[in-house]
Ligand binder design. Sequence first.
Ligand SMILES: Nc1ncnc2c1ncn2[C@@H]1O[C@H](COP(=O)(O)OP(=O)(O)O)[C@@H](O)[C@H]1O
Ligand SMILES: [Mg+2]
Length: 89
Amino acid sequence: MAFSTQKGGVGKSTFTMLMASILHYRMGYNVAVIDCDYPQHSLALQRERDLKTVMQNEIYKRLALKQFTSINKKYTQLSNAKPKKQWIK
Ligand SMILES: Nc1ncnc2c1ncn2[C@@H]1O[C@H](COP(=O)(O)OP(=O)(O)O)[C@@H](O)[C@H]1O
Ligand SMILES: [Mg+2]
């Protein structure tokens, strides 16, 4: 699945993470997200913020542990991609 528009701020990143989360955490698929929105890579930044928030709070830590152990899955895989020149026409 790919979500793409040239216009910014229309919800590509938000919708990508929501779709990935539903497929991965609720429906049990193994999901990999590849963020091709170079150089923003807002999904990786969001992941960093989420991790920091969780690791600084005991309640969030316990909730995360409960979530990951109950579904026996870790975070969705997340990679950044940098478009090659030949991709850009
Ligand atoms: N369905 C929605 N309703 C309201 N706000 C939204 C919705 N989808 C995204 N947003 C908000 O709009 C802003 C831009 O969304 P984002 O996913 O970063 O867009 P894009 O990746 O297309 O640049 C963010 O602040 C986000 O929280
Ligand atoms: Mg985005």
